[in-house]
Design a protein around this ligand. Structure first.
Ligand code: RIB
Length: 313
């Protein structure tokens, strides 16, 4: 087996997506405009994003022995994501995400974890050959915290760069303080960074305050994605750098963060330079909002480079 550049330990889900001009209020029924099903889950999306961005990628995760699981496996194969450690649980259903997208491209998501919460530390242990030989490991919070923590510790023991996208946000940072001690690069969006720090992020200054606070928990590098305002990174709490966003028309923001994280991990694993990786990731995230759905919106390396060469930020 070729040594992976990036190993993703995370969720895989079937996304059930409705588009509606009117978000329903409590007790209200509204008529939607369309319904589609996509392959999603933050782990799956970030693995596919990293592969399309040019990295050799393996995923560690768990799906069911149901038709949703079959579809996810087929899409991973089509995208050449290594799946030797994609486990199949015969008792549980594959995870799903119920997603509402409005006319602005903004979404609300309800997740039913299913098999994603059955991925265990024991499963992760069995994949030690790829965890110890990869350059970068990429984690999110749609699997059990104990499993993510175990993966982070194993990777750290092998001097692998550990990246955490703390999504979805946890209510209390104390839930993840152990995990944060084993993270090299933390990539929250502005909502996640606000929830974790209690700082209301309205601009780059408040984002910088939040980044400095997050650094106290362990990660030496913080990258906060700020949507149309760009991405701010801090590698030394004395100063920050803001990488502007590419201006694009938003159709659907679902998986934009996943495109960013996957592309950043891919670029970093091959080039090693954080700022160049963030610029590449910003272009990937921008392209992802221009298309509907999670997996279909994740861009190819050539399209990312094309955007970077034609548009100056
Ligand atoms: O980040 C986007 C993903 O979040 C969707 O694909 C959905 O599965 C949810 O987990």
């Amino acid at each position: 087996m070729e040594k992976p550049d990036v190993v993703v330990v995370g969720s895989l889900s079937r996304d059930l997506v409705v588009h509606t001009s009117n978000r329903p209020r409590v007790g209200e029924t509204v008529i939607g405009n369309s319904f589609n099903m996509y392959v999603g889950g933050k782990g799956n999306n970030q693995a596919i994003a990293a592969t399309r961005a040019g990295a050799c990628v393996e995923i560690i995760g768990k799906i069911g022995q149901d038709s949703f699981g079959d579809i996810i496996l087929d899409v991973l194969k089509e995208n050449k994501v290594g799946h030797k450690y994609l486990f199949r649980d015969k008792n549980l259903n594959t995870g799903i995400a119920n997603i509402i997208v409005d006319d602005h491209g903004d979404n609300s998501i309800v997740i039913v974890p299913g098999t994603n919460h059955a991925l265990s530390s024991h499963d992760v242990d069995s994949a030690i050959e790829i965890i110890s030989s990869t350059k970068v490991i990429l984690l999110q919070l749609e699997i059990q915290l104990a499993t993510a923590l175990h993966a982070a510790k194993l990777a750290r023991n092998s001097n692998v760069t550990v990246i955490l996208n703390p999504a979805p946000a946890v209510e209390d940072i104390n839930q993840i303080t152990d995990l944060l001690k084993h993270i090299d690069i933390l990539i929250p969006n502005e909502i996640e960074a606000s929830v974790l720090t209690g700082i209301d992020i309205s601009d780059e200054k408040t984002a910088f305050q939040a980044a400095k606070k997050l650094m106290n928990y362990g990660p030496k590098t913080i990258v906060i994605t700020l949507g149309a305002k760009g991405a701010l990174y801090v590698i030394d709490s004395g100063e920050y750098t803001l990488i502007p966003a590419y201006a694009v028309k938003a159709i659907d923001t679902t998986a934009a963060g996943d495109a960013f994280c996957g592309a950043l991990a891919a670029h970093l694993s091959q080039d090693g330079n954080l700022e160049r990786a963030i610029k590449f990731a910003s272009a990937a995230g921008a392209l992802a909002v221009t298309k509907g759905g999670a997996e279909p919106s994740l861009p190819l390396k050539e399209d990312i480079l094309d955007l970077m060469s034609t548009k100056v930020v």
